[in-house]
Design a protein around this ligand. Sequence first.
Ligand code: SAM
Length: 219
Amino acid sequence: MAIFVTQDGSHSVFSEQYGVTYHSKHGAVTESLHVFIDAGLRFKAATQPELAVLEVGFGTGLNAFLTWIEAERRNLRVRYVGIEAYPLPAEDADGFNFSEQLQMPHRHPDFCRMHHCAWNRNVKLSEHFSLHKKQIRLEAYRPTQSFDLIYFDAFAPQAQPELWTERIFALLYKALRPDGALVTYCAKGDFKRALKQVGFEVERLPGPPGKREMTRAWK
Ligand SMILES: C[S@@+](CC[C@H](N)C(=O)[O-])C[C@H]1O[C@@H](n2cnc3c(N)ncnc32)[C@H](O)[C@@H]1O
């Protein structure tokens, strides 16, 4: 696994298979907090303390870990489903420096627990956070429950055009509850048109460092 340090000091991974990085080189933790936690979780949690969250691309588990921490801070109950086609080896993931970067080294054992727990079943990690890591390709995924929030964190459309299609967004739209939202770092025109085509209302928001805009889309 090719780990590297991003500009805010936090680790990320380079995917040899897709020739792209898992996070922005401007800062992995900074990007995840901005796009998924601030624009997604905190926004939804302001009116709803119980949330079902779907993540597309569990990867390093950074978004899941930040969600768990936030759920405890705000006394939320989050049921989190993270789908992933190519899980990283749990032992390698233990070496990520996210807890240290968040100045929460005491949470590192929890981060490791998240990686070492079983795939393909629901695991209650705390009163506030349960995790279902599902090893499956998004193209084959058929949701059996509905969600309040979707973190769409696939590789960029240039790297993985097959995941940024109307067919996929129609499936995700259907999986959302009314007033549910999808957040992502991407703000490309074709992508936003595809979202609108399947029924989403699309909102443009300021992006994290290095990106002018990001997207939040509503059912
Ligand atoms: C941008 S990275 C995700 C980063 C992750 N959220 C994190 O915080 O580390 C994209 C992730 O999607 C996964 N992926 C690639 N193709 C996929 C597919 N067809 N279905 C589901 N996951 C896929 C990759 O293995 C990778 O973990």
